[in-house]
Design a protein around this ligand. Structure first.
Ligand code: FE2
Length: 134
């Protein structure tokens, strides 16, 4: 999922450039990320389904940005994505612990760092637009 994580970072940062990338018509929208078995399949159907959901949240946010939706909608989609990321990570961590996965601690730190980045971006996004009132 390394490519997926990079895509998430790009998307999260792009929230700040919404006016620059905006203006795409709804009919022209191309999803930012598409789940495929060969690229992202894990052999664990529960996580494959969660990753597909994650991609849907990513694309929902991306679409609201490129179509220049109101910032409140972008914020809603950003919050929804981050909430799902947190939920998904918790699900993965529970599975790793129950299976005694030896790389658990390192993976948990990676999750925690990513969530921290997400939360910082949420705060920056909310702060930026509450100051300007736009
Ligand atoms: Fe995952």
């Amino acid at each position: 999922m390394a490519k997926a994580k990079i895509g998430l970072y790009v998307l999260l940062f792009s929230c700040f450039f919404q006016p620059v990338v905006g203006g795409v018509q709804a009919s022209e929208y191309t999803p930012l990320m598409q789940w495929t078995e060969e690229q992202y399949g894990t052999t664990v159907s529960k996580f494959d389904e969660e990753h597909k959901n994650l991609f849907r949240f990513v694309n929902q946010l991306h679409r609201s940005i490129v179509e220049s939706r109101e910032r409140s909608i972008v914020k809603h989609n950003l919050d929804a994505l981050v909430s799902y990321v947190v939920e998904h990570f918790r699900s993965e961590e529970e599975m790793m612990q129950s299976k005694g996965f030896e790389g658990y601690e390192a993976h948990k730190r990676s999750h925690d760092k990513f969530v921290e980045t997400c939360v910082n971006l949420q705060e920056q996004f909310a702060g930026k637009y509450s100051k300007t009132g736009t």
